[in-house]
Design a protein around this ligand. Structure first.
Ligand code: SF4
Length: 134
């Protein structure tokens, strides 16, 4: 199996977008043998190399908000989405925290990043386990 693609949204104007990007960077750095990430811009524009790499391959998505830009773009490229999350889906558990700004996360924002990276790493483990059973 090729590496699992983990794709973050590119929420340049929202802290959840930055949290998504940081979490994907962290997860792919933790699991370099089994994962890789792509710049969302190349997914959105249908870059031929990215489409070839993503099409029919297992993909994990972390979007910042309900617009689901990474999910929609990955699906448009033909990626097989195994799990898709939105940072905002866990905001309730983090109510009252200050996650920082779209340019700089706070300590609480980075703690949230760690939590999302762990979610993605758990997804990767489940996919690999399933592949092992196949
Ligand atoms: S999913 Fe939301 S935060 Fe991310 S790029 Fe799209 S609109 Fe921006």
């Amino acid at each position: 199996m090729s590496k699992i693609k983990i794709i973050a949204c590119s929420g340049i104007g929202k802290a959840p977008g930055l949290i998504a990007r940081e979490a994907v960077i962290q997860a792919t750095r933790s699991l370099p043998e089994s994962t890789e990430r792509f710049c969302l811009g190349r997914v959105v524009t249908g870059d031929a190399d990215v489409v070839a790499a993503v099409k029919g391959q297992p993909c994990l998505i972390l979007d910042g908000c309900a617009k689901c830009c990474a999910l929609k773009s990955t699906e448009a490229c033909g990626g097989t989405v195994c799990a898709s999350h939105r940072v905002i889906d866990r905001m309730r558990e983090h109510r009252g925290e200050d996650h920082g700004t779209p340019r700089m996360l706070s300590d609480e924002g980075f703690a949230f990043v760690q939590e999302w990276a762990a979610v993605l790493e758990g997804d990767v483990a489940r996919i690999l386990e399933k592949e092992g059973e196949a």
